[in-house]
Design a binder for this molecule. Sequence first.
Ligand SMILES: [Zn+2]
Ligand SMILES: [Zn+2]
Ligand SMILES: [Zn+2]
Length: 178
Amino acid sequence: MNTDRSSENFMVHDIMMLRPEYNRANFILIDRGILCDHNTKVTVHPCNWDGCMMHIAVEHKQVCKHLQQHHGLNTTSPTSDDMQQTTCLWTACLGAHMKLENLPRHMLLSHLGVRWICSTCGGSLSREDAFRRHALERPGCQYAKPVVKYGDGSLVIDNSVVLDGGWSASQKVRVTVM
Ligand SMILES: [Zn+2]
Ligand SMILES: [Zn+2]
Ligand SMILES: [Zn+2]
């Protein structure tokens, strides 16, 4: 079950051995799929899942993809086996238990620090659907726009400067080839 992950680790290790300057201090590793799904800018955050060395895009869909591709967890259409509780392996999470399908939401809220801020009243909501409900229900906020705020450690990658195949000197981004 963990074959994907060990090959990934091996590849990261390889890059570092071949090019010692690509150490954790001066580059970040992201999945090529993140760039394919975004035309311009994308916000990423380090993944602290059980020693993971990559950055993940801070979006529900991308968190699901990352968990599936790099940690072998299918959160979008769990099989009956997966319906049981899973344990969050994020560093310092103290092993929170939850249903597998709730894991991406937990990561966005608790570990990636995403908040939806109401442009009218400044209210801080935990999710987009909560913001929508807020805008509908709170008098005066019906024309509000959400401002998405990202947690500490997030950074924005400008897709237009990342070369295909993947190294951006200006942004210190290395894209995995998958
Ligand atoms: Zn990860
Ligand atoms: Zn957690
Ligand atoms: Zn509001």
